[in-house]
Design a protein around this ligand. Sequence first.
Ligand code: GDP
Length: 237
Amino acid sequence: MAIKGPVGLGRGRRRRMTPALKRWRLSLELTQAEFGKWLGVSRATVNRWEGGLQAIPKSVELLESLTRGRIIPAAKDQHILPLTVSGRRVREGGETMNKTLAIIKPDAVQSGKTGKIVAHLEQSGFTLRALRLTRLDSERAAEFYKVHREQPFYAALVSFMTSGASIPIVLEADGAVRKLREVIGATDPAEAAPGTVRKLYAESKERNAIHASDSDENAEREITFFFSRRELLDSGG
Ligand code: GDP
């Protein structure tokens, strides 16, 4: 990424800059790596956010609480990312924080369980932030599940995931990743706890109705695999 200059507080704001804002302007010259660490996402993710995030911090106090008062030294010999903190981002800590990805898999879509599963997710306290009916092709399915490429079930999994339409959904809740894993239950429905999505709706270990991201890092990757930043913002998320 080209050097974009120091923290951008926006033209209007710059004219009204208080001494406190000036201090923050200096102290928030972040490298991509620092900024990513700050938001809990990888440097590669930050790099993908083309042009950075053009926004203005809502208040110095909010910014201070986000950084816990920590002064982050500018790395003058590294690429500097313009400060890109919107009010929403400051509150939520990033577009994909508190979000996770579910996919209603082809078995459940084909057998007409979509409505029940979405209702189950909403009743479990999740808010829908993005949703699409799609059909993965082999290339996309193989890419999505590439962490399993050494597994004996990989080819069957890719074939199953391309066998019909599926429904990726971005879900939001506090502690979204862990919460959704609890709500869906164990991979094998025979081992899933009563009342979980897989216990209620899955057919087998492979045809198990729903996917859920298993870490914040994977949630980030998987959400951006299916949805653009624009789509997430359009939903108010
Ligand atoms: P998950 O995170 O609970 O979905 O489970 P994994 O990440 O371990 O596996 C990904 C997906 O691969 C599962 O949801 C299943 O659809 C499929 N899968 C996992 N283990 C097996 C297996 O032993 N046999 C078959 N046929 N499919 C499996």
